[in-house]
Design a protein around this ligand. Structure first.
Ligand SMILES: *Cc1c(COP(=O)(O)O)cnc(C)c1O
Length: 401
């Protein structure tokens, strides 16, 4: 157990300045003081200094991608991560293409909705909230539908925290001669995804997830050949990846006003990321955060939504306790009063809540989170945090299928 003041004395990851609560949410998340400080300067978007920032950022992001990155370009896109997903789908999928959307949560559903807006064909494999899309399922669907040109996979489905099996999905896609697109928004930088292991045509992430920057833009990694053949394919002026890239290559500038301060903060975040030791170090820290969180919460009686094998180091969903004294709104308020912002559940069927493991914090903070949860339960008069028995039975039944 740690004492009351451990958030203050844990000097590697001190409590946020100005008494801010920790954001246990998968982006926006808690950022380092240096990242916030990097936003205190104004930049001219056309100026040579800012153009150098942009070029440096694109180069360093490709370096994070790891082995095989030389075949790819990195294109930043203004807006939240969803803008990046829409830019990727609209730019890469031909008007007459068809996408197999692998869904097991809100972000898979959002990708399908994007396809409807784009008025391009798709087939939705909907696995509900608990279960990963498997390689053999992908293989069967591709075999039976030769019109499918692309497969879209969500790397970590942030609505449940499930880490989807990209390896087997990638193998099945490649074996069928189709193209893989990845939403690795919440995993890139925290989970290894180098294209020499998982060859993809395009992959998207954003500034405010595992690199630990602030929100304001996304970025798409796209195979150079695919990019070159995507000219004129986009449905959208502002989300046209080819046009954004062509302008950046020619003038070093973004096509429209860039989020200058966010880019400066992101470069500082990248510097801290590299200093920590890159993807491997970050994966280790996040995994430790998760393990401390999950084992502590289990000791209080909480159960995870997912079978242990599918837990990501990004975010964990817990069932709400059965005890009638438990009310999520009150729990949320008490956690916030202790200095921790948690996340409501985003599931369709059962009551749940989520706690993120990413951001500028370590396992000492997670021990304090568990302690705050124990105090909140006590305050509410909840004796046992166990979920209803039928919910667990249903989970176990589904995951053994
Ligand atoms: C965060 C996230 C997105 C993008 O969400 P925005 O709210 O648009 O930033 C997309 N997919 C996944 C898996 C995410 O975690």
């Amino acid at each position: 157990m740690t004492d009351q003041n451990s958030t203050v004395i844990s000097n590697a990851f001190p409590a946020p300045e100005l008494g801010e609560p920790f954001l246990l949410t998968p982006g926006p998340l808690s950022t380092a003081f240096e990242v916030k400080k990097a936003m205190l300067k104004d930049w001219g978007s056309w100026d040579v200094d800012f153009r150098a920032l942009t070029a440096d950022m694109r180069k360093r992001l490709l370096r994070v991608l790891g082995a095989g990155a030389h075949d790819y370009e990195c294109i930043p896109v203004q807006g939240s991560g969803t803008f990046g997903v829409e830019a990727m789908l609209g730019s890469v999928v031909p008007q007459e293409g068809k996408v197999l959307v692998l869904s097991n949560g809100a972000y898979g559903q959002r990708a399908a909705e994007t396809m409807r807006y784009l008025k391009r064909a798709y087939y939705l494999l909907d696995k509900g909230d608990y279960l990963p899309p498997r390689g053999d399922e992908v293989a069967t669907i591709l075999l039976n539908d030769p019109a499918i040109t692309h497969v879209l996979a969500i790397h970590c489905e942030t609505s449940s925290g499930i880490l989807n099996p990209l390896n087997e999905i990638s193998k099945a896609t490649r074996a069928a001669g189709r193209r893989l697109l990845i939403d690795s928004m919440s995993a890139f930088g925290g989970v290894d995804i180098s294209p020499d292991k998982i060859p993809f045509d395009a992959m998207v992430s954003s500034a405010n997830k595992c690199i630990e920057g602030v929100p304001g833009f996304g970025f798409v990694f796209i195979r150079r050949q695919v990019l070159e053949s995507s000219k004129g394919n986009s449905h959208s002026l502002s989300l046209d990846l080819y046009a954004q890239w062509a302008t950046m290559e020619k003038s070093g500038q973004w096509r429209f006003t860039p989020p200058t301060h966010v880019v400066a903060a992101f470069l500082e975040a990248l510097r801290l990321f590299e200093e920590e030791g890159g993807v491997l170090a970050r994966n280790t820290r996040y995994t430790r955060n998760r393990d401390v969180l999950v084992s502590g919460m289990r000791q209080l009686g909480f159960e995870t939504l997912l079978d242990h094998a599918w837990l990501s180091p990004i975010i964990v969903s817990f069932f709400c306790p059965q005890d009638p004294a438990f009310h999520f709104d009150r729990f949320y308020y008490l956690m916030k009063a202790s200095g921790y912002i948690i996340y409501p559940g985003k599931l369709t069927v059962v009551d749940s809540f989520r706690i993120g493991c990413i951001g500028h914090m370590d396992d000492h903070i997670m021990q304090d989170v568990v302690k705050a949860a124990a105090d909140a339960l006590k305050e509410m008069g909840v004796r046992d945090a166990a979920p209803p028995a039928n919910v667990i039975e249903e989970r176990n039944r589904l995951s053994s299928m």
